[in-house]
Design a protein around this ligand. Sequence first.
Ligand code: G6P
Length: 610
Amino acid sequence: MCGIIGYIGKQKAASILIEGLKRLEYRGYDSAGLSVISREFGVETIKAVGKVANLENKINGRDIGGTAGIAHTRWATHGKPCDQNSHPHTDCRKNIFLVHNGIIENYQELKDNLVKKGHKFSSETDTEIIAHLIEEFNKKTDFKSSVLKTLKIIKGTYGLAIINKKEPDKIIVARLGSPLILGIGREEFIVASDIAAIIRHTNKVIFLEDGEMAVITPENCEIFNAKNKSINKGATELDWSLEKAEKQGFAHFMLKEIFEQPTSISDAVRGRLVVKDGLAKLGGLKDMAEKLRNIKRIVIVSCGTSYHAGLVGEYMLEEYAGLPVEVEYASEFRYRKILLNKNTAIIAISQSGETADTLAAIREGKNKGALTLGIVNTVGSTIARETDAGVYNHAGPEIGVASTKAFTSQLAIFVLLTLFLGRQRDMSLITGKRIAAEMNKIPRLIEKILKQAKAIKKITRKYTRYQNILYLGRKYNFPIALEGALKIKEISYIHAEGYPSGEMKHGPIALIDGNFPSIIIVPSDSVYEKNLSGIQELKARGGKIIAIATKGDKKIKKLTDEVIYIPKTLEMLTPLLSVVPLQLLAYYMGIQRGLDVDKPRNLAKSVTVE
Ligand code: G6P
């Protein structure tokens, strides 16, 4: 899940590459590097361990010639983060330079062969073999044919950008299983793993498909399919602005994205909720309406935060659409023998639309004849393109590594989907109208919670010293307990466990004492009384308790140490509200512990490896 970028045009490449890398940095920040090429000076390569800022410091404002180049920000898979393992990688003669996102599975066997032929390797990476293979083929054939021959023998996944000192006016890029987008500017091209690195330069892009390759010069770009046939691909005009991808005065992207939720949820439901008819209009599912009417079962596949959104979706769809639903970690789904047929719909949920396990799960589902649907935020991403139909989140770019606004927009899409599928089945007009009307109010209710940010920050201060926290919730809010625990782990490195409140007495309660606080989500809903028993049990063991409760609940104040109130709404919509204080708690906890909340250690925003 590294980030790659390439530039070729009339401007100096180095600063454009650095600026692009910063926008890709959420994909990995173990090291960064670039190679700039020119006829006059050949190739100059600079690398630095750690974040892109370290690479920038190393360059220290120096003017680097060359109007073409490639760059990379790394999330280490093969080999520790160090200069030698940083990209760009090169061959023995230092002619070929390349950056790679993905994994080459047969690299060891290829490396052994190359070593026998006398090739000298300078890194522990899988990537370096690609440079040596191209070098080997380049002895007998031209640059492009050498790349083609190399791609035929490597197994695994790649997004690649390659330059050759002998042909300085050219970048060759190729994709298989890792995203690659080609931006078309005026007399310039910029290619990257993500739109965020391109949008400043142009909003005209071509999404490369698996097996495709492009040869790019400053004047032209020729795309070839897997059979090496030159093809014409139409460009897409994006409506994402650069402003949308920047911090707009907030200290961190995470905080900005938490505060953007009233807007991102409004954007997710805009034009789709028809309150008077109690319906959801979903353009992406229009052509599938009849097929969806016949669906008898739903399997949801996703990872991380998106998996938690799927769990909330399960409760919504079962209760209101009357469909049996299973939610699977995408990484486990692939290894199970789940019965699928044309009456099963698989819903893949993914912010990035590129998560390798989720993608593999929908491919597997397709093979078995299931209908595949996507709930995806990133327009044009692989999952969005490979599913039979889907619904975009419209949350805009999410840059903070820990997902916040994408999560609540996923929940909003599940509300729409519940209305869509429910009203095709037994849901009454009255129920549909009530859900739609309440859903419309959610953005305003979130604004009320955000106004309590200062108070939440204050509460956090009292809990920064604890090393463990238990998160509890029941029914619709059990997945929110899981999400709350995940957020605090990701952002503040505090060990946390999310549990269904009712399960607490079957194990976790053994951990509870004065040093092990709990956060319990206890809105005034159908399981309120049950949750109160759990609170009593925790209290009896001397555990401190923070409650997330519904405004007006005075009883809870007497039973717990702190209460954060959320406004009243329908039970099925409470997760859209209850998660917000938990996001803020995680954010402030991370800040108070002096951590980089936008780029937590060891994590990456888009996990394109299995
Ligand atoms: C990574 C990210 C998480 C995200 C998960 C699934 O682990 O750090 O924030 O929830 O991947 O990503 P997706 O893009 O498929 O939603």
